[in-house]
Design a protein around this ligand. Structure first.
Ligand SMILES: [Ca+2]
Length: 175
C-alpha cells in the first residue's frame, strides 16, 4: 500500500491531527475519475467526511459549538472511519455518524493517489466539496486497513508523484 495509488475498498480509517487559522481547506482526498471516492475537509469551519461508493455521496460532519473552534491555530484530532456503507467521524473526541440506505454499494473503488492538503487542478475528487488548499500543519497521518496501520511520513509523501506538498511551518501559524 502506498499513498501513490490507493484502494479505499470496503473499510478504512484515516487518523490525523491538524492546526490552521483558515476555515476551509482540503485535508485529504482520494477519488476515481468516475464515481467513487473519499474526502476529508474543512468547509466554513465545519469538518466534513464524505464517501461515495458509486451510488451517491454519504457525508457526516462535525460542527463545533463555536464557529471558529477548528481554525483557532491549535491542534485538533480527526479520526474518519468508513465501514462499508457507514461512516463514523470523531473530531476532538466528539462522534458523528452517517450511513447510506444503499447497503449493497459498499466499496469505494479507487486506484488513485491520496492527495493531502490539496489537489491539482483538473483532478476529479468526488469526495470533496471544496477545492481550496489547506494552510497550516498536519501530523500523525495514519491509514488503517484490515488492522494494518501505515504511518504516512510527509517527507516521504512529497516524493510520491501526485501527492501535494504540505506546508508545515516550524512555528505555529499566527492566530
Ligand atoms: Ca463502488
Amino acid at each position: 500500500m502506498t499513498v501513490g495509488s490507493f484502494r479505499v475498498g470496503l473499510d478504512v480509517t484515516f487518523d490525523l491531527d491538524f492546526r490552521t487559522t483558515k476555515s476551509s481547506g482540503v485535508l485529504l482526498g482520494v477519488s476515481s475519475q468516475t464515481t467513487d471516492g473519499l474526502g476529508i475537509e474543512l468547509l466554513d469551519g465545519k469538518l466534513l467526511f464524505h464517501v461515495d461508493n458509486g451510488a451517491g455521496r454519504i457525508t457526516t460532519e462535525y460542527q463545533p459549538d463555536v464557529e471558529a473552534d477548528l481554525c483557532d491555530g491549535q491542534w485538533h484530532s480527526v479520526s474518519a472511519q468508513k465501514l462499508r456503507h457507514r461512516l463514523e467521524l470523531v473530531v476532538d473526541g466528539k462522534k458523528s455518524q452517517a450511513e447510506s440506505p444503499n447497503t449493497r454499494s459498499n466499496t469505494a473503488d479507487t486506484n488513485d493517489p491520496i492527495y493531502v492538503g490539496g489537489f491539482p487542478e483538473g483532478v476529479k475528487q468526488v469526495g470533496l466539496s471544496g477545492s481550496s488548499s489547506f494552510r497550516g500543519c498536519m501530523r500523525n497521518l495514519r491509514i488503517t486497513k484490515a488492522s494494518k496501520t501505515t504511518e504516512v511520513h510527509f517527507n516521504k509523501a512529497l516524493e510520491v508523484k501526485g501527492v501535494q506538498p504540505l506546508s508545515c511551518p516550524a512555528s505555529p501559524p499566527a492566530a
